[in-house]
Design a protein around this ligand. Structure first.
Ligand code: ADP
Length: 691
């Protein structure tokens, strides 16, 4: 069976028996092949096929007898071409991709197959096949270009930078000597030019009316216009030529989401053949990618601008609030201070009530303003936390002490509940902890009547370097509904609007607490049911303290005795008369003799002439501000008054103010409005008395 089938197999060699027949086939193949073929003997061309003459533009006569390496490669390709020839002559078959040149100088991308022809084992000549791979190379370049454009969207810092890259990339396949990108503004029908490279013209912003660019936008068509086409359009009244007339004009609309937003154009002023229909197709193809990239970059840029504007607005808001804080706190200082002074001079019983109400209102207003400013500060600045040895239980007790009177006013009992295993010292921020406790205990009292407020503290967990403390503020007050438990921790929210009317408040207290707790890596939550009271709990992981007394929280010297300040001489520098009166009265009550100065210039003089124990210095004053005045005092008369304590009085909470205060050499700060006790303590801390 096998043998029989073998007989039936068609074998070319068996069928084409005559040599002539085979030759005819080979001839036909050589003649019709779609590749350029060349036969070479002794390095001279002896035969080329029609495709060779078509591809390279030479006639048969022009090439016969010539050396191929002197015909097709450029001069700087000679070594490369010679190497190929050498390898073939040594018996190797060579595949290569390179560029060879048309008779008219046009480069052609080719793949080359060169092979030695052997007879009886001896090389008798060379056979070469060239295939035109220009299209494939072009397609590769376009692909490459598209890739580069899409990646440069990610690397470009701006639209300008990106458009320069677009030109560079387009330059690898098209002549971009005259390239522009126009953006169309539909509102005023104008064109602007984010990119414009041109041998002759330069436009900034023009009307789109009667321009070729406008024509492309209107017709929504890509165009390849030769000079005569342009003249024809002009005749039809479609366009009116502005600028220099080009021999060929190529333009493609740029679009995003179906809307044309611009045009990309190439032109030549001297060569009508500079661009072909094929070039237009390429431009159309890459314009999609360019459109996408431009839209993306523009969106990013407008986002950046929006972000910048938002940041600017935030800074403006911060500055506004800071200066407002000064403006509001200064008169408040006078209101609270004056009412305290009036209360101190034994008023009639009916006046006590009015004065207390006045003082209470002032204080309430102040705490409200403090809440708003504090929240604003937390929103706009990064919270810097202290890590000092603090005594947590002492802070809890001290905070509770502040509220004892208030709790009593509402017939509430305020008591310390569980407080076991509490470390004596932990590393933490005293101010922030008392701020949270103040808010929560304050709320508990505010929303409870005839009830009990219990504060519990416990060590929740501990590891080698941290101790997590849990604080609970439990009340038997009005409670909070289930739905509102999450909401109340957000800013400006209160459980019900009638609560504001009833209890007052800004709705910021819990939002501030949440921020403060979370900034310390803790957690805050509430358990409550309406009518049955609430338990606000928070945990804070504190660093472990090593209990060393020198690292312990610096305790203020504090007023030694009630008469500690008696006999001191203090200069109050302050432009606001009311504030001067308040400070003076406080000080005189403690037996201090007081001089007043209205501004910085006056004060320096007074310091020189009188021997003061301390200066209280307002910072914002006309003529010479407190910073300048302090610098002057500390440097005058060869530093004679360098040791004289100068305390800044300021209503500003800005961080910059703190820095300026340090730079000016001020010794301490007292934030206005201040309590009498704060003033007493800060003076006691800084004056030297031999007592
Ligand atoms: P406010 O300054 O208005 O008290 P907070 O942020 O401190 O703002 O509290 C927000 C709201 O949460 C309050 O208005 C109140 O409705 C509710 N709330 C807070 N603490 C308690 C509490 N202990 N008992 C009942 N409701 C409370």
């Amino acid at each position: 069976m096998t043998t029989k089938r073998d007989h039936n197999v068609l074998r070319p060699r068996q069928i084409i028996t005559e040599a002539g027949q085979e030759k005819a086939y080979m001839e036909q193949l050589f003649h019709e092949a779609p590749e350029a073929m060349v036969q070479i003997i002794n390095e001279k061309i002896i035969r080329v096929n029609p495709e060779f003459t078509r591809l390279f533009g030479y006639t048969e006569e022009e090439v016969l007898g010539k050396e191929i390496d002197k015909l097709l490669p450029s001069k700087d390709q000679l070594t490369e071409a010679n190497n190929i020839s050498k390898k073939i002559n040594e018996g190797e078959t060579v595949h290569a991709e390179s560029i060879r040149f048309h008779k008219n100088g046009r480069p052609i991308n080719v793949s080359i197959l060169g092979t030695p022809v052997k007879m009886n084992g001896k090389i008798i000549g060379v056979f070469g096949i060239y295939r035109d791979i220009t299209d494939r190379k072009k397609a590769e370049k376009i692909q490459h270009l598209i890739n580069n454009i899409s990646t440069s969207v990610l690397t470009s810092k701006s639209l300008d930078e990106f458009l320069v890259i677009v030109k560079q990339e387009l330059d690898t396949i098209l002549d971009t000597t005259n390239l522009f990108i126009a953006f169309y503004n539909i509102e005023d029908h104008s064109l602007s030019f984010p990119f414009f490279a041109d041998e002759k013209d330069r436009f900034e912003k023009i009307s789109a009316d009667k321009t070729i660019t406008g024509y492309v936008i209107k017709t929504e068509q890509s165009v390849l216009l030769k000079l005569k086409d342009i003249e024809e359009l002009e005749k039809q009244g479609e366009i009116e030529l502005i600028g220099s007339a080009s021999k060929v004009w190529l333009g493609v609309p740029l679009q995003s989401k179906g809307e044309i937003f611009g045009v990309i154009s190439l032109q030549s002023y001297d060569d009508e053949t500079a661009f072909t229909k094929e070039d237009l197709d390429i431009l159309v193809f890459v314009s999609n990618q360019i459109s996408l990239a431009i839209t993306k970059i523009q969106a990013e840029e407008s986002l950046k601008i929006a972000k910048f504007k938002a940041e600017e607005a935030a800074i403006a808001k911060q500055q506004f609030l800071s200066s407002m804080s000064h403006e509001i706190r200064t008169p408040l200082n006078a209101v609270i201070g004056m009412s305290q002074l009036l209360l101190d001079i034994k008023p009639r019983p009916d006046q006590i009530e009015y004065l207390s109400a006045l003082k209470y209102s002032g204080e309430t207003l102040l705490s409200l303003i403090n809440d708003i400013l504090d929240f604003n500060k937390l929103e706009s600045e990064k919270l810097v936390l202290e890590e000092l040895d603090i005594n947590p239980l002492l802070i809890v007790k001290k905070t509770m002490n502040i509220f004892l009177a208030k709790a009593k006013e509402k017939d509430n009992v305020l008591e310390l509940g569980r407080a076991e295993n509490i470390p004596e010292f932990v590393l933490g921020d005293k101010v922030r902890l008392s701020q949270i406790l103040t808010n929560l205990i304050g709320n508990a009292i505010k929303f409870t009547e005839f009830g009990t407020i219990t504060v519990n503290v416990e060590l929740e967990s501990e590891n080698s370097d941290q101790q997590v403390l849990k604080f609970e503020i439990e009340d038997t007050g009005i409670g909070i509904s289930k739905d509102n438990k999450e909401m109340i921790f957000e800013s400006f929210t209160q459980e019900r609007s009638d609560i504001t009317r009833l209890f007052g408040g800004s709705g910021l207290g819990l939002a501030i607490c949440k921020k403060l707790v979370e900034a310390q890596n803790g957690r805050i939550w509430v358990e409550s049911s309406p009518g049955f009271g609430s338990i606000f709990s928070f945990t804070i992981p504190f660093g472990k303290s090593d209990h060393k007394p020198e690292k312990a929280e610096k305790s203020k010297p504090g007023p030694k005795t009630k008469t500690y300040l008696k006999g001191l001489k203090i200069l109050v520098v302050e432009d606001n008369k009311l504030n001067r009166v308040v400070a003076k009265k406080f000080l005189e009550n403690w037996g201090v003799s007081v001089d007043e100065a209205e501004n910085g210039v006056l004060c320096a003089d007074m310091v020189r002439k009188n021997s003061y124990d301390l200066v209280l210095m307002d910072l914002q004053m006309p003529v010479m501000d407190g910073y300048e005045a302090t610098k002057k005092i500390k440097n005058m008369d060869n530093g004679k008054f360098k040791e004289l304590p100068v305390i800044a009085l300021t209503a500003s909470i800005l961080i910059e103010v703190k820095e300026k205060i340090e730079n000016a050499g001020l010794d301490d700060i007292l934030i206005k409005p201040f309590e009498a006790l704060d003033l007493y303590e800060i003076i006691s801390k800084h004056v030297k008395k031999d007592q």
